[in-house]
Design a binder for this molecule. Structure first.
Ligand SMILES: *[C@@H]1O[C@H](CO)[C@@H](O)[C@H](O)[C@H]1NC(C)=O
Ligand SMILES: *[C@@H]1O[C@H](CO)[C@@H](O)[C@H](O)[C@H]1NC(C)=O
Ligand SMILES: *[C@@H]1O[C@H](CO)[C@@H](O)[C@H](O)[C@H]1NC(C)=O
Length: 391
């Protein structure tokens, strides 16, 4: 009896279901030796539940998993999590040769930036191009730009209406956003001057941090969103207004520079000519080794630096201030060190060494993790990370 098209369809559907069930129930892959929850080894939706429904509760859950399964846990079909801090540098250090996982890095939509490049070689080349801008010499040269913004923040806080609570978390984020934009682009959005520190561009960056979750598990939403006309998108998502404003601004700024590269030189905000990221990216010092990036890549890099310099730093400052204010002993020690470093007679002392403050800051930036996610990397073959266990 010949099979009709309908029978064929049912047959293939049946086979598909059998295979899918078999795949789900069996525990395939080279990671099967590593302990971890049954469901996590089979589907990524295990993690999605914590990321999306429990509002980023995955990190807390990871700690619990390690108490149950030990220092190495299989947390996904092809994902393993380590709790031993010793492996951190091997995985994430500057010399790491692991490829970035497109599942998480791709969700940021900054594929052509030092952060988004999956290939570690490309990422390293981009970092080399940018590193002169973040050298000690470059930072000291722009100290005044940072100082101006900090003074502006202090003035704003001192003149706040004391009957209305002031949102410090947003105030700090406004300051860090203005600092990073001045630093990288020699211009800023003056978010610090917003009356309640809720500038639309700052809100767009903040909401972007949460949207990444959705893009991670539903990448097609991003493609769909890009197909819609921007006026419709703005209606749907009130916040995308700030986002469109930000992209529009960066894109126009770049077009101007690409059309007339002499603008790079006349970009001075103060009396001195200021270097911007584009001075380094469009005129690589070592042209044989570095290509000039495409416009999309320049945009991606700008977004990376904006996000990395505003949200992360703003978050560290917010937690730092919260912890200091909650601990009288820390306040006393910081105050004593400040009094000693800056005597009341206002004599010019330069930048004195403050070891307690430096230590506190460096501990804080290690403990404060801005994104509620772990950044996974891809490993091929056997990798020996933890003594006694090969993954
Ligand atoms: C500060 O503003 C942010 C963004 O609007 C909001 O999520 C947060 O809850 C506010 N904080 C306080 C203490 O009101
Ligand atoms: C920073 O952390 C180290 C190690 O935990 C600790 O010994 C040190 O006291 C901390 N420094 C400050 C200033 O909190
Ligand atoms: C993952 O995130 C947790 C919580 O912040 C952190 O303690 C842990 O070190 C991170 N793991 C890696 C490998 O970065």
């Amino acid at each position: 009896m010949p099979l009709s098209a309908l029978n064929l369809l049912w047959l293939s559907l049946g086979l598909y279901i059998v295979f899918a069930t078999w795949n789900f129930l069996s525990n395939p892959g080279p990671l099967r030796k590593i302990p971890g929850p049954w469901l996590a080894a089979r589907t990524r939706w295990y993690r999605a539940y914590f990321d999306l429904i429990r509002d980023g509760g995955y990190l807390k859950h990871l700690q619990w998993l390690h108490t149950q399964y030990g220092p190495v846990v299989r947390v996904g079909p092809n994902e393993v999590h380590f709790s031993d801090p010793e492996v951190y540098d091997t995985i994430y250090g500057h010399r790491s040769t692991f490829t970035k996982d497109p599942f998480i890095y791709g969700a940021f939509k900054q594929d052509l930036s030092s952060f988004g490049f999956q290939n570690p070689h490309e990422a390293r080349k981009r970092r080399e191009m940018l590193s002169p801008l973040f050298s000690r010499r470059a930072i000291l040269k722009l100290e005044h730009a940072v100082q101006t913004r900090v003074s502006e923040l202090v003035t704003r806080l001192n003149t706040c209406d004391s009957s209305i609570p002031c949102n410090l978390s947003m105030a700090f984020r406004s300051a860090t956003l203005d600092i990073i934009t001045t630093y990288c682009f020699a211009q800023s959005f003056s978010t610090l001057s917003h009356p309640t520190f809720h500038h639309p561009i700052l809100l767009a960056i903040l909401s972007g941090v949460t949207t990444i979750w959705t893009f991670k598990y539903f990448p097609s939403i991003y493609i769909l969103a890009n197909l819609l006309p921007s006026w419709l998108m703005q209606r749907i998502a009130r916040l995308s207004k700030g986002y469109a404003q930000l992209i529009g601004y960066l894109s126009n700024h770049l077009d101007e520079i690409i059309a007339d590269p002499s603008k790079l030189e006349s970009n001075s905000a103060g009396p001195e000519q200021q270097e911007t990221i584009y001075s380094h990216l469009l005129n690589p010092i070592n042209l044989e080794k570095h290509d000039v990036p495409s416009k999309q890549s320049l945009l991606d890099e700008s977004m990376t630096l904006l996000g990395a310099g505003s949200e992360t730093t703003g978050n560290v400052v917010t937690s730092g201030v919260f912890r200091v204010l909650n601990n009288a002993r820390i306040i006393q020690r910081l105050q004593a060190e400040l009094d000693e470093a800056f005597p009341a007679d206002d004599s010019e002392t330069g930048m004195p060494k403050m070891s307690y403050q430096d230590g506190y800051q460096s501990n804080l930036s290690k403990l404060t993790w801005p994104a509620k996610t772990n950044f996974t990397l891809l490993m091929a073959g056997d990798v020996n990370l933890v003594s006694k266990s090969t993954v």
